[in-house]
Design a protein around this ligand. Structure first.
Ligand code: BTN
Length: 249
């Protein structure tokens, strides 16, 4: 069974990327599930081949899990990871400033607080290995040319003890595994509803990375982004990046 409070964690001082380290460990015969965290990454990877700035102080962690389902369904676990970030960090900052931007970004007051990088690999027995990589800005918000960023520390009570990645990770794993169990037992419905309850930019105008425009109408039953175009037609976006006309997110 998946939910196991003792899912092992390897804590490294530094690595290139915790996602890459998970893949190396799996290839070397280490069985899922396990997590790898690093104090810093030298080649942190983001979605769409971007870099993920990875100086010490923020959380960089990846979990390796094995599932017998399709890669399309596994993509839904990106929403589980993003919700788990909200569940875990809301013990340290006001939950009402936290929102989710499709597909997997966590925002605080509209600025990026955390990101999720999912990678899946087919196995000879028909199962898939899933690497769920999570980066959370805890002590600093990296400056990016194209995005506003935030960190948990900005919202913490200055007199409370500083949150650390080591303190946050067990809660994050527990929250993620709670959502995975819910997804395995009940399907995507509750996860989808929880995600929509925190959705950023509902009803707003969106441009996709493929230059498709429309208003954010809903999330589909499978996790796609439903956009209502000016013609009235609703189309489903299943991959890529979205940009809000307001410039937020
Ligand atoms: C994004 O582009 O928003 C996803 C960022 C994911 C970053 C995390 S940090 C831990 C793990 N290791 C990586 O190299 N990337 C992910």
């Amino acid at each position: 069974m998946l939910v196991d409070k003792s899912t092992p964690v390897r804590h490294l001082a530094s690595t290139d990327s915790t996602n890459s380290e998970c893949i190396r460990l799996a290839n070397a015969g280490h069985a899922a599930p396990f997590w790898v965290m690093a104090d810093q990454q030298t080649r942190g990877r983001g979605r769409l081949h971007r870099n993920w700035s990875s100086k010490s102080g923020n959380l960089y962690a990846s979990g390796l899990y094995s599932f017998e389902t399709s890669p399309e369904k596994l993509a839904q676990l990106g929403f589980a990871a993003a919700l788990a970030v909200i569940d875990a960090v809301s013990a340290y900052m006001p939950v009402d400033v936290l929102q989710l931007k499709w597909p997997n970004d966590v925002l605080a007051e509209g600025s990026k607080l955390a990101g999720v990088l999912l990678e899946s690999f087919p196995q000879d027995d028909g199962s898939y290995l899933l690497v769920v990589g999570i980066g959370i800005n805890i002590t600093h918000a990296p400056q990016l040319p194209d995005r506003k960023t935030a960190c948990v520390g900005q919202f913490q009570n200055p007199t409370s003890r500083q949150l650390t990645p080591v303190k946050l990770l067990p809660d994050l794993i527990a929250c993620f595994e709670k959502w995975v169990l819910n997804w395995q037992q009940k399907g995507f419905g509750e996860l989808r509803n929880a995600w929509m309850a925190k959705a950023y930019g509902f009803g707003e105008k969106i441009m996709t990375s493929n230059k498709i425009e429309g208003r954010f109408e809903d999330m589909s039953e499978t996790g796609g982004l439903l956009l209502r175009q000016s013609s009235g037609q609703v189309i489903e976006i299943s991959a890529g990046e979205v940009y809000f006309a307001t410039g937020g997110g």
